[in-house]
Ligand binder design. Sequence first.
Ligand code: ZN
Length: 213
Amino acid sequence: MTLNEISQAKNLIIKYGKKLGEKNMSPATSGNISVRMGENVLITGSGTCLEDLSEEDIVLIDKDANIIEGTIKPSSEKNLHNAIYAIRPDINAIIHCHAPYSSAFAVCRIPLSKPIISENVFYFGEIPVADYALPGSEKLVENTAKFFAKHDAVLLANHGIVIGAKDIKNAYYLMETAETYAQICLNSMLLGGAKELNKKETEEIYALRSASK
Ligand SMILES: [Zn+2]
C-alpha cells in the first residue's frame, strides 16, 4: 500500500463524509467511515465530524485495531468495522451513521423489511435490526457483525445504521437508498400504509438481483 494510495483513499473518505453531512445523514460528530487497505483499514477518528474531515482525522489500523499510521484515536466502532471485513471479503468500505429516518426505525426496533419499492427489494432484501448493545462495546460487535453473513445493511437498535459495500462510493449510495427507503416507509405509514408487492413480484426482483451478481 503506497502513501499515494492511502492519500487517495483518505480523500474519498473526506468526499463521501461531506456528502453524508450535506444530506443530513451524520449529525455533528456521530458516525464513522472505513475503507479496507489490503490487510489494514483506514478509519475516521474518534470525535470527528464526517462532514468536515481532514486527512489528519483518518487513521490506518491493523485487524486488531492497532494504529499503523496517524495520530488520532480511531473510532470507537473500529472493532465492528474490522469484524465485518473479517466475515465479508467482498466488502471494502463501511459507513456507520445516525441518519434520522433509518435511526427512527432503529429506535423503534422495526426492520426495514416491507417489500414496497422494487429498488430496495433489489439492493437490500431486508434491513434487519441487531439487538441493542452499548456503542463501541464488544457486545455491539457480537450482536451486529453476524448479520453481515446475509445482509449488506443492518440497523443498530436504539442507535443507527451500518452499511458495507464493495467500495466507498457504493456504500454511500446504499446509505442514501436506505435512508430514502426509511423516509418513504414512514410517510407511507402516515398515509395509511403502503400496498406491498406480492410474493411473485418480489421473487421477480430477487431473480434480477441474482442475475446481476
Ligand atoms: Zn453510532
